[in-house]
Design a protein around this ligand. Structure first.
Ligand SMILES: Nc1ncnc2c1ncn2[C@@H]1O[C@H](COP(=O)(O)OP(=O)(O)OP(=O)(O)O)[C@@H](O)[C@H]1O
Ligand SMILES: [Mg+2]
Length: 273
């Protein structure tokens, strides 16, 4: 479904050359849910940006459903890719209302045009927001800028999956949230992904999360995949196993930026407006 073949990416920053990805191969079948962990600067975000088309590879190619999209511009790929990044401000149009953001997500278009909102659509959005169980259904008309970080990321998850994407790319999408909200977003993400069988790549610094979620896990370091586990082996893996594997590559804790898995949330904490 997703095929990355011999991908390399070199960045030129002034006189410096950074080899962000080195001859990387990755193949995902439909409904694979891949978690990605790795040291700081390992190339995780570059990998996701390359799939999204915001970064072009120096060598190699990207295929989605056997179509070579290597040089397809990001705006055209956006129609088949749902994407959420760390910053809750990034995924939504803050000056627009919750309902208007959802309407934009249906069309998978950029920000700017205020879409018309027939009553039927508002009712549908209200039901979909109610299913998130965080009270957003009563805030359809609120500008997104008034929502808390957790509420915005929950909206971003809904927006990214409203029209089923071929691929869902999550780049540390819970990292900026407090533990209760992070747990709520992980729960939502898992339920949306599993329900629709979405093919998903999720970058996280939280090793417990990387083990608990999804069916495959890769470890990256210095632009390479240094280890992969899947299925039963993944379920049985422990954080200590993964840290050990990194230690064998002389990757220290500081580079891994480890976080603890947030406690399961019974109710998301809402930040004051
Ligand atoms: N636009 C760019 N120009 C120059 N160098 C870049 C650019 N983007 C990324 N890099 C470099 O490429 C390497 C990989 O960066 P990347 O952001 O993919 O790492 P990462 O694994 O996501 O790290 P982190 O865990 O810190 O988010 C780093 O050394 C980074 O400095
Ligand atoms: Mg990154």
């Amino acid at each position: 479904m997703l095929n990355l073949e011999r991908i390399s990416k070199t960045f030129h920053a002034g006189a410096d050359r950074v080899l962000a990805l080195r001859n990387l191969d990755l193949f995902l079948v439909e409904s694979d849910f891949l978690t990605i962990i790795g040291s700081n600067g390992a190339g995780k975000s570059t990998l996701l940006n390359l799939i999204a088309g915001t970064v072009l590879p120096t060598t190699g190619c990207v295929l989605i459903d056997d179509v070579d999209v290597t040089s397809m511009p990001a705006y055209r790929r956006a129609r088949m890719i749902g994407r959420i990044v760390q910053d809750p401000l990034a995924g939504t149009a803050p000056e627009m209302s919750v309902a208007e953001n959802l309407a934009l997500a249906i069309k998978r278009v950029g920000r700017g045009l205020r879409p018309a909102l027939p009553r039927k659509l508002r009712t549908r959005f209200r039901d979909q927001l109610a299913a998130l169980e965080i009270g957003l259904e009563s805030r359809l008309n609120a500008p997104v800028s008034l929502l808390s970080g957790g509420e915005r990321q929950a909206l971003a998850v809904l927006m990214a999956t409203l029209v089923e994407p071929k691929l869902l790319l999550l780049d540390e999408h819970t990292a900026a949230l407090d533990p209760a909200n992070a747990a709520m977003i992980v729960r939502l993400t898992e339920s949306f992904v599993c329900e629709a069988g979405l093919t998903t790549l999720m970058v996280t610094h939280n090793m417990e999360q990387a083990i608990a979620v999804g069916n495959r896990l890769i470890m990256m370091h210095k632009g390479e995949i240094i280890h992969e586990v899947q299925g039963h082996e993944k379920q049985r893996a422990s954080v200590e196993d993964l840290v050990d594997l990194f230690a064998r590559r002389h990757v220290v804790d500081d580079e891994l930026l480890l976080e603890r898995m947030p406690e399961p949330a019974t109710e998301a904490i809402k930040l004051p407006l």
